[in-house]
Design a protein around this ligand. Sequence first.
Ligand code: ADP
Length: 481
Amino acid sequence: MRLANQDLLKNQNYIGGEWRDGASAIEVRDPANGELLARVADGSAADAKSAVAAASAAFPAWKSKTAAERAAVLKRWHQLILENADDLARILTLEQGKPLAEAKGEIAYGASYIEWYAEECRRAYGQTIPTHNPAMRLSTIRQPVGVVTCITPWNFPNAMITRKAAPALAAGCTVVIKPAMETPLSALALCALAEQAGLPAGTINMVVGSDAPGIGKVLTQDARVAKFTFTGSTAVGKLLMAQCASGVKKMSMELGGNAPFIVFDDAHLDTAVSACVATKMRNAGQTCVSANRIYVHEAMHDAFVEKLRAAITELKVGHGCDEGVTVGPLIHRRAAERVNDLVQDAIAAGARVELGGDFLSHGENYFAPTLITGVRDEMRIAQEEIFGPLAPVQKFSDEAEVIRRANDTPYGLAAYVMSENIRRANRVVEALDYGMVACNAGVFSTTVAPFGGCKESGIGREGGVEGMAEFYETKYCCFGV
Ligand code: ADP
């Protein structure tokens, strides 16, 4: 891989300020063509222990720095990421597959968490509390929780790390991160820049490893860990929550979704179509907030499907580094096969493929951007998280019915409402049991607002002031006078 700054390409784990080899190596491959990109040290559970020890040793000095001192280092890190944005985006596209323009967007988005929390940590105010007893003075102070461990997924290999590490570090915590095995290069490049920015040894540590369960046990159960934060599937999240329970660790979970996308008959058609394509096809549909069930009012259905078909037809599939490409490969063959299974299951149950519906010859991980109609709630495609470029459309006829159907899932991450009627929009946004609702918009995630879900989609929030609160302990102080 040729980069302007070759120092970004790291293939060792980063523990206690040192780059360390592993006993064996993990191969990192381009999902578009299978090309070998790098071999990265395969970290072990023992490496995870060393990383936790390093983070624990670094914590007292890091938490004792003033907010302004921590902010200065974080701002240098932010600046270095921006200076190296083109290289970081190229690494991201090569190992993850998303189009280069999207990768550049993710680098800017990921960096924005570092800048924002560098600013926010200066406002870790406590309170003075009107006392209940004239002989006592009451107040609160906010202190960093301690060592924070993070496990992150491959779909946003940069931003899912900064969204956790930036507020944790800004609050005065030290961190250990296990990135996904599919995308370690983006993660390690972030560490290389953190080191260059002057983050002290042990404040940020990274262990890449194929033994996710073994490393995961250390990160959720080591007595020195105060808080665990995870982004990934609901199934793995539940397992890790159970592991955290033995030591009563604090935890945040960003898990799976099954987002409804509701198009009312009073929607603006073009807005609805472009929002749908944006949420559905971005990252080839591999985001936890991707529209998963598209409910269209029966009066709007045919016109919406026609326009959506035209918009999907215009997408250009290919290698993410090629000019004009808007949809890349899926992360691996298993992912493409899963999407195909969902399509086949829907067809067998009576759904109709309007567009796509099959693998593509570009490479073994490609699946065609697909439009399906005649979907019903009981089909697997409407029950499971699709994680692919597949838009399944179903009809509805009234507001109460669609709200009931939209809420009828164990998930509660993101939902979308398309309506030009302000009364209805307000009613429906309030009635949806989701952590986030976008109205007349398809891409809504931002540093400054809380991201997260309810029900089985997770616990806690990332981003905004809420995202910072996750890394503080509020201490009540009572002084007798
Ligand atoms: P996905 O299906 O999107 O890969 P996962 O939940 O399987 O989602 O993976 C998200 C992250 O969780 C990855 O870093 C992966 O290595 C890690 N992971 C998977 N299984 C376990 C486990 N049993 N213990 C700890 N981490 C795990």
